[in-house]
Design a protein around this ligand. Structure first.
Ligand code: MG
Length: 201
């Protein structure tokens, strides 16, 4: 399986990063070794500015390439909550040097996903999600604010990369990204459903 992550898919997040609002989806990959389903995350040694990015994560349920937007909803069936951990200091350095982001984004355990995923057929309309840090809401997102919706993302990615059953798509983070420290506790929600609990060790 592979993990595909979308960058700058909420305008307010693009602005807080002082980045341009993209005209087409931006994506990058994380390897399967980045996946973490446990409740403990160990702060890596190579960064002093590790940031959470709470994101809705789609699970691909069908093999596909060159998927049309109007058929894209057949290719994912579940949505979960994830954290795209980012070593912001390392990412800044990579960006400044025009280098790839992998060191900042694709490291071990940098793709946290909830144990439970929700059947998309059980969700109606726009999806609300949020992240709490130490009990306080730090990020709130709603799919109505996506620059590129789920179907557009699936269609776009599949022009370049074949999607396979089990692949995961991190669909982008809303504004409010910020640092974590050892001892912090993160809780992720879709609606009022608490799907993810993570302790930073
Ligand atoms: Mg992200």
């Amino acid at each position: 399986m592979k993990i595909i992550c979308i960058g700058r898919n909420y305008a307010k997040h693009a602005r807080e990063m002082e980045s341009e609002i993209p005209k087409e989806p931006i994506f990058f990959l994380k390897p399967d070794t980045a996946l973490l389903k446990e409740n403990n995350f160990y702060y890596p040694e190579f960064t002093k500015d590790l940031h959470y990015e709470a994101e809705l994560v789609l699970k691909i349920c069908k093999h596909g390439k060159h998927i049309a937007v109007e058929h894209a909803s057949n290719y994912y069936d579940k949505v979960g909550l994830g954290i795209d951990f980012t070593a912001r200091d390392v990412q800044k350095e990579c960006k400044e040097k025009g280098l790839p982001w992998e060191k900042a984004k694709a490291f071990d355990n940098s793709a946290v996903i909830s144990q439970k995923f929700i059947d998309i057929s059980n969700l109606r309309g726009h999806i609300n999600f949020s992240l709490k840090k130490n009990g306080e809401v730090v990020q709130k997102g709603n799919t109505k604010d996506l620059l590129f919706d789920f179907n557009q993302l699936i269609s776009y990615i599949s022009q370049f990369i074949t999607l396979k059953t089990g692949d995961l798509i991190f669909t982008g983070t809303p504004e409010g990204v910020g640092p974590v420290e050892i001892g912090d506790r993160l809780e992720g929600f879709i609606g009022s459903d608490k799907l993810l609990i993570l302790s930073i060790k």
